[in-house]
Design a protein around this ligand. Structure first.
Ligand SMILES: Nc1ncnc2c1ncn2[C@@H]1O[C@H](COP(=O)(O)OP(=O)(O)O)[C@@H](O)[C@H]1O
Ligand SMILES: [Mg+2]
Length: 240
């Protein structure tokens, strides 16, 4: 059965979109098929991160408006990884239609990963309505912890019982809050830590992440844990 995961925080810039692409690719490397769905209506960033902006024609708004079939709107990134772009405008979107669509198309994939926008409005609500599990993202600083905590609370209230925490941009030297402080502040069980990695920063400009970069290794470990494997956290050598 396919799994539908929302990647959330109430704050922008904490790494939600980077995590969607990194985790999506890591799951594909395990032989699984993944659909990434951008719900950041009007802003949209996954197509840029995946270097696919120029080639995309349709988005999920087109499917809802019956301008195209669902399969026409899936943009192949690799043979296992697909992108469904967000529409440029969200005026006429009906939440139930979106949820029905995601449930229907999820049958064609092992994983559907929903990239939530910042804030707790339309895009966030679409994500948590359609998902059955959530990954809450926080960077190790107070504002981000609060934003993750508020998002986690909303996720809980929406009826999603399965949510886990990803701490992103962790650096032993530079982080303002410890791993324990982030876990305590969000009240969400940890699934993984992604270190501050310049390669991931560059990947936002279309460079692809090398498979041995520290962020790529962290994504592989998180993908393993998402799949239920017991992979211990090794904070000491930053082999997270
Ligand atoms: N672990 C990391 N190390 C370095 N830069 C990162 C890391 N995670 C994200 N970034 C950078 O932070 C910026 C915001 O990331 P993004 O994924 O767009 O966040 P969000 O989707 O939450 O707004 C991007 O420039 C991205 O490359
Ligand atoms: Mg984003």
């Amino acid at each position: 059965m396919s799994r539908i995961i929302a990647v959330v925080s109430a704050k922008g810039g904490v790494g939600k979109s980077s995590i969607c692409t990194g985790l999506g690719k890591a799951l594909c490397e395990r032989g699984l098929s993944v659909l990434l769905v951008d719900t950041d209506i009007s802003l949209r960033s996954l197509d840029v991160l995946l270097n696919a902006g120029e080639t995309a024609v349709f988005d999920w708004g087109d499917i809802l408006q019956k301008n195209c079939t669902a399969s026409k709107a899936f943009l192949p990134i690799t043979d296992k990884l697909f992108l469904l772009r967000a529409p440029a405008s969200g005026n006429n979107i009906n939440s139930e239609d979106f949820v029905d669509l995601i449930k229907r198309i999820s049958k064609s994939f092992d994983f559907v990963i929903l990239d939530s926008p910042a804030g707790l409005e339309k895009g966030f609500n679409l994500c948590v309505s359609a998902a059955s599990e959530a990954l809450v993202v926080s960077t190790p600083d107070e504002v981000s912890i609060r934003a993750a905590s508020v998002a986690a609370d909303r996720v809980r209230k929406s009826g999603i019982s399965q949510q886990r925490l990803i701490i992103n941009r962790y650096s032993k030297k530079l982080s303002l809050r410890s791993v324990d402080e982030v876990i305590d502040g969000t009240s969400v069980r940890l699934i993984g830590i992604i270190p501050e990695d310049r390669e991931l920063l560059l990947s936002a400009n279309g460079h692809s992440l090398t498979s041995f970069s520290s962020a790529a290794l962290a994504f592989k470990r998180i993908a393993g844990r998402v799949l239920g494997e017991s992979i211990p956290l090794k904070l000491k050598g930053l082999n997270l």
